[in-house]
Design a protein around this ligand. Sequence first.
Ligand code: ZN
Length: 73
Amino acid sequence: MASRRRQRRQDQPRRPRLAHFRADGAPKTRFARREDAERAALQARLEHGTNLGSYLCDMCDGWHLGSRDDDAL
Ligand SMILES: [Zn+2]
């Protein structure tokens, strides 16, 4: 009798990292330029202490901010 362990080969999270939508289903804020996104990320860090990263969205061809903490989940 072989020991059966639940082994998940797929490490991928259910939701893609580079998402156009937030976790609650609402579309993320879109920034036309990376500069704007980075600036907003910096502001969020200063004001709220949140660590955000900017990325280019395939869906709307704009920039979004994502929480880096999400990556750890
Ligand atoms: Zn988008």
